[in-house]
Design a protein around this ligand. Sequence first.
Ligand SMILES: [Zn+2]
Length: 301
Amino acid sequence: MRIGVDLGGTKIEAIAIDAAGAELGRRRVPSPAHDYAAMVAAIGGLVEDLERDLGGARASVGVGIPGVTSPATGLVKNANTTCLIGRPFDRDLAARLGRPVRLANDANCFVMSEAADGAAAGARTVFGVILGTGVGGGLVIDGKIVVGANAIAGEWGHNPLPWPSDAERPGRRCYCGQHGCIETFLSGPGLAADFAESTGRSLGAPEIVDAAARGDAAAGAALERYEDRLARALATVINVVDPDVIVLGGGLSNLAQLYEAVPRRWAAYVFSDAVMTRLVQADHGDSSGVRGAAWLWPAER
Ligand SMILES: [Zn+2]
């Protein structure tokens, strides 16, 4: 049995799955967001409660966090749950639970989940993309997360938008310190900012999608720009990694037209006669984080 834990901003959720990925049980508790010791205790209790629910069997434990363990220090970095930063979170959880615990970035857990038994099941090389309030990503090859020397593999959102037009240069300022990052164009707020700049109207990403569906020409044009930018951004991923499958998650992945329009557009940018890479929508939705954390232990213990 595998248990996966996902650390969100407001809740901690845990799931138990069997060897085939079937859900055996699930529990959630509010996140003690600012108290590190309480966070370790809450996860320990959550795992033990779930094991008790399921007859006391001992599970492997993986945890998805909004950050990474720094290969340089062994401590958590880049976490927006800031009480984790600078902590040996994997070792503290292992001590609390009396077993090794694997940690991974939550975007990497998303890709792991889809590669294990989701939309990219059976594919060797899977690049996963989250198109939400930010733009994240991760890479799974042969069933394993590629973490990378700096633990940033897949962080394509802070590369510049490729093949920019003059109108796209230098681009909006990004919180990372650069201008024109992919995230500033392809996140939900990025789409909203692009629409506002071209129309003077202030709509959120879901409203822009709705307006386009009702025949609003300016909203439709904004989505066409979005499709072409996503095609360009993914073409550079294909040129470097050449994945079998690219899986989209996050709010904007619900835009059904992307799965036809983006592959049609990326043909012009990928350095290949034909592009065999498939673009698919994630299967597991909001459960990808917990499921991918559970799959961090690939074999039954
Ligand atoms: Zn950036």
